[in-house]
Design a protein around this ligand. Structure first.
Ligand SMILES: Nc1ncnc2c1ncn2[C@@H]1O[C@H](COP(=O)(O)OP(=O)(O)OP(=O)(O)O)[C@@H](O)[C@H]1O
Length: 211
């Protein structure tokens, strides 16, 4: 489903970041661990089509991500890649439902059934008409997961999804991501330095050498 070959990146005034090759089938999970500054977010942005690598390639469902650009890349990303960030990336003045509809619109999809199902699965149906600015932090986090999943992506990328959560909610979010990825037969990649997640995902790679 997703694999990479020889990826590296270099920011101005800093050393080159080398990324181990990744190969992940549909329905499988991978944990990317690594110290602060080892390049985990950089890797996720490269996998998500947001940052062109210095070298190497990313193949998703047989498509070479960086052979595309502009609107084509944007549409591919919206339709096939779901990204969950540490801080929810959602639009506060809109309702829960509107946020999900916009995500579908940008991917060129409208699927009311999928939208309803995701809201139900994430326990958000009763909040569908609520404005995001009135949600609790936990609900906003669940909405950002819903938004990442609403188009049934082939690949789900999560950047430190549990960093600001207590043990109870961290476990809940991980279980939710795993369950949904499994249901949709998506490949799930979680990037973190949260040691609590280690026990939930057995396939692991470490950025920047040993922890
Ligand atoms: N926009 C940027 N310009 C210059 N250097 C950057 C930029 N973004 C990141 N870096 C550097 O690249 C390296 C990798 O950063 P990255 O954010 O990918 O690490 P990380 O493993 O996600 O860290 P953390 O766990 O602290 O979030 C770090 O040394 C960082 O300082």
């Amino acid at each position: 489903m997703i694999y990479t070959e020889g990826l590296s990146y270099k920011y101005q005034h800093s050393g080159q970041i080398k990324i181990p090759d990744i190969s992940l089938e549909a329905g499988r999970e991978l944990l990317v661990l690594g110290r602060s500054g080892s390049g985990k977010t950089t890797l996720l942005n490269i996998l998500g089509g947001l940052l062109k690598p210095l070298q190497g390639k990313v193949i998703i469902d047989g498509v070479d991500l960086y052979q595309m650009k502009g609107a084509r890349l944007d549409k591919f990303r919206g339709a096939h890649i779901g990204m969950v960030f540490q801080k929810p990336h959602i639009l506060p003045p809109l309702t829960v439902e509107e946020n999900l509809k916009i995500a579908q619109f940008f991917a060129g999809k409208t699927n009311g059934r999928q939208l309803k199902m995701i809201l139900e699965d994430l326990g958000m149906t009763y909040k569908a008409k609520s404005k995001v600015q009135n949600l609790s932090e936990g609900e906003a986090q669940r909405l950002s997961i819903a938004r990442a999943l609403v188009n049934g992506p082939k690949v789900i990328l999560a950047d430190e999804p549990t960093a600001s959560l207590d043990d109870f909610h961290a476990e809940k979010v991980i279980r939710l991501l795993k369950l949904q990825a499994h249901k949709m037969n998506s490949a799930l990649i979680i990037v973190t330095h949260d040691q609590r997640i280690k026990q939930h995902i057995s396939d692991q790679i470490i950025m920047g050498g040993d922890l």
